[in-house]
Structures are given as structure tokens and as C-alpha cells.
Design a protein around this ligand. Structure first.
Ligand code: SAH
Length: 397
């Protein structure tokens, strides 16, 4: 028997607008116990059907809504249909000759709460991030095998969201071959080693694919500073775009090693690239002190504000970073600045940049606004899915 979970009076509005989350404060849990991730019927305070959802009494996000049509059961067929449609929406990427690293399922943004599936050259890396997704993990893996026919699926459990859900999972191969250590993926015609098992995120930051191409268009003949470079997505783009030289900086030794190998893999001249293992906040201050300047500066930091709660502190960090980024720009130089913080809007990033320009005592022009690649869609009913923002700006005086 499917249990019913009622919403508190007047708390059904966001659910009717198809926002997939309901917080504990909006929910009246029934007396009968509910297992973490159990599928339930969600009703308004009078008992009228609102949606089918997954309930996790241990999580602040108590309900994750799945389906608003009462006549559709949440069974294997439902999950399969959703995953098939999600994969079909990436048809262009599956057919692409120069890219084989992209996201196939982006959780709630694709209507599949808690499920992430990234495609890397025939392998899939999954993340099961909610009690609901974990509860049917083996069923979802079977569906991914049938729909995507991968050589292997590797599941990663090293994500801080699991603790917030009060659940745990284990990393490991869950189907077929384990991805090789030296797997090579392609993006925008360039090759990258991607460490799917222990690299950052799930091995690669595919959400920056289009921005790497756009930024590379500003690189010809330029002295580039790629801050927070990881395995060199922007560095490779800039080298392909004809950069004169690139300084690639990151605090991670492993990331810089990977970047070095990626330069060789693509046949770029290693003499054009200098890797610097450093804290960017310190490095930019050092450049300020010794007067070193660049024509194109890229700032792609990790998220400073996962949620709105940490916004004020994050804004100070973005402002500081951009201030010192601007100071390292030569006259007429270009800044490509990003935020992947869910709690920071495009307006917030623009404001941090404006504060930074004022403090630096210089004029800037915004040339382009950038966003996440199309395999990370932004679902209108779920604004949280819009997380990556970027600005390309020119120092004009
Ligand atoms: N630009 C990269 C992705 C950046 S992810 C790409 O296109 O693939 C963020 C990176 O910032 C990580 O590689 C992480 O190691 C690095 N990092 C985090 N904090 C840092 C700091 N304070 N100084 C330098 N690097 C940092």
C-alpha cells in the first residue's frame, strides 16, 4: 500500500507549480513510519492528490516530487521512460564527433531526483545522492545499462550531499569494466585524461564545455592566466585558440600533473605553459606586488556559496578574487570570471565584479554573459538547477 503524506495547509503552492522539493516545515508526516526514500502519495491538507514523490524523513528536503499525473505509477517503466527521454535530449552530444564527455542525467533538472549520470567515452559515472535514488540503485543501474549500453558503470559516493540525506553509499564499479586509469575523453576536439574514479567531481567539468570554446576565442596572441585550472580545460582551449603563453594555476598537485599530461596528449608546445601550484588568493597578491600582468585572466573557483545562507561570505570572496584578478590585467585585458555557487545569482556575480572594479579604480565593460552547457539544463520549475554563471569583461581604463 502506498502511504499518503499530507502537506500543511497552504503549503502546496510550490508543489503545484512543480517545484520538486518540499521542506520538513511544509510536511505533516503520518504516524506510520516511512522508510528513507519510500515512494508516497503527496496530498494537500484536505487529502487531494498533488503528486507522487519520494519521502525521506531524515532529510530537511523531506519530499522530492516525481510525477504530477495521478494515473501514472512510479514503477520500473516510469523510471525507464524518464531516463530514456533524458538520454534522447542529449542526442546531439551522443552523435558529436568531437565531444564524448557530457552529463546524461542531471538529477531534478531532468525530473530524476538524486540521480546523476555522466557519460565518458563509453563509460558511465553515476551518483546516487538521495535516499529515493539509493533505494532503487540496482534498478536504476539496470535501466542505465539497457538504455545507454555502456562498457562499464562506476558509482561515486564521495559527495557531501549524502550526509545531508542521512544515508551512505559506497564507491565502486557496479556494472561491466571498471574505467581504466588512463581513459581519454574528447571535448571540443581536444583530448583529456579523465580520472573517473578519483578525479574531482566525476572526473571532468563538462559544464564548462561551451565556455572553454568561447573563452578560447579571446586567446590569440595573448598572455593567459588560467586560475583554478584543474586538468586544463581552459588552458587547452586557449592554446588551441593561439595563446602566446599560459600560466595555469591550481592548489592541487594532481590536477597540475593531469594538465601536464593533457598538453602532451594534444601535441601543444609545453614551453608555452607554466604550471603553478599555489593558493590563487595568494598568487594574485604576489602578481600585484611584483607587477606581473596578463592579457586574459580566467577565474573559475570552486563554489564558495552552496546555498543562499553562505551568500554574504561568498560575495566577499568573489569580490576579493575579482579585485585581484582585475589588478593582474594589462591595459585592455579580458577577464573571464565564473561562479558555480548555487546561492549566487548572475546579478550577484555582476555586483561582485562591479565592487571589484570600483576598488581597483578601473572601468570595465561586460562583453558576454555565460552559463552552463546544454547537458546541464536549467529547469524553470527548479531554479536551483541554474548554478554556473560567467561574465567576460574588458578592462577599458
Ligand atoms: N577550470 C577547471 C575547473 C575548476 S574546479 C576546468 O575547466 O576544468 C576548481 C579548482 O580549483 C579545482 O581544481 C581545485 O583544486 C582548485 N582550488 C580550490 N581552491 C583553490 C585555491 N584556494 N587556490 C587554488 N586552487 C584552488
Amino acid at each position: 500500500m502506498i502511504k499518503t503524506v499530507k502537506l500543511r495547509p497552504g503549503r502546496e503552492r510550490s508543489a503545484l507549480q512543480r517545484h520538486p522539493w518540499l521542506f520538513a516545515s511544509a510536511v505533516n508526516l503520518p504516524k506510520e513510519s516511512i522508510e528513507p526514500g519510500e515512494t508516497v502519495r503527496v496530498a494537500d491538507s484536505r487529502g487531494e492528490f498533488v503528486a507522487w514523490g519520494a519521502c525521506n524523513p531524515r532529510s530537511k528536503i523531506t519530499l522530492r516530487l516525481l510525477e504530477w499525473d495521478e494515473g501514472r505509477a512510479i514503477d520500473t517503466g516510469w523510471w525507464r521512460g524518464m531516463i530514456e527521454r533524458s538520454a534522447a535530449r542529449r542526442g546531439e552530444l551522443f552523435r558529436s564527433a568531437d565531444t564524448d564527455a557530457f552529463r546524461v542525467v542531471f538529477g531534478e533538472a531532468d525530473g530524476l531526483p538524486g540521480l546523476i549520470a555522466d557519460y565518458y567515452a563509453g563509460y558511465i559515472v553515476t551518483q546516487f545522492l538521495t535516499a529515493g535514488a539509493l533505494r532503487i540503485k540496482s534498478e536504476l543501474i539496470d535501466i542505465l545499462v539497457q538504455v545507454l549500453k555502456p562498457k562499464g558503470i562506476y558509482s561515486r559516493a564521495d559527495n557531501e550531499l549524502l550526509a545531508l540525506e542521512g544515508v551512505s553509499d559506497q564507491s565502486g564499479a557496479v556494472f561491466g569494466e571498471s574505467p581504466p586509469d588512463d581513459l581519454i575523453v574528447r571535448e571540443n576536439g581536444m583530448k583529456y585524461y579523465a580520472d573517473l574514479r578519483s578525479g574531482q567531481k566525476t572526473g571532468f567539468y563538462a559544464d564548462q564545455r561551451n565556455n572553454r570554446r568561447i573563452v578560447s576565442g579571446y586567446a590569440r596572441g595573448k598572455r593567459v592566466l588560467d586560475c583554478f585550472c584543474y586538468s586544463g580545460g581552459f588552458t587547452m582551449g586557449c592554446l588551441a585558440g593561439g595563446a602566446e603563453s599560459v600560466v595555469a594555476a591550481d592548489s592541487s598537485h594532481e590536477a597540475l600533473e593531469l594538465l601536464g599530461r593533457n598538453i602532451g596528449l594534444n601535441g601543444f608546445d609545453p614551453a608555452k605553459v607554466r604550471t603553478v601550484e599555489a593558493d590563487i588568493f595568494q598568487l594574485l597578491r604576489d602578481y600585484r606586488d611584483n607587477g606581473e600582468k596578463f592579457d586574459l585572466v580566467i577565474l573559475d573557483p570552486p563554489k564558495f556559496a552552496p546555498t543562499k545562507a553562505s551568500l554574504a561570505r561568498a560575495m566577499r570572496a568573489y569580490k576579493d578574487l575579482n579585485l585581484h584578478g582585475i589588478k593582474s590585467l594589462a591595459e585592455g585585458g579580458i577577464l573571464a570570471t565564473f561562479s558555480c555557487s548555487g546561492g549566487v545569482t548572475a546579478r550577484d556575480l555582476k555586483m561582485a565584479l562591479a565592487w571589484a572594479a570600483t576598488d581597483a579604480g578601473c572601468e570595465m565593460q561586460i562583453i558576454e554573459y555565460l552559463t552552463q552547457a546544454e547537458d546541464h539544463p536549467m529547469r524553470l520549475a527548479y531554479p536551483e538547477s541554474e548554478y554556473l554563471k560567467g561574465i567576460i569583461a574588458r578592462k577599458t581604463g
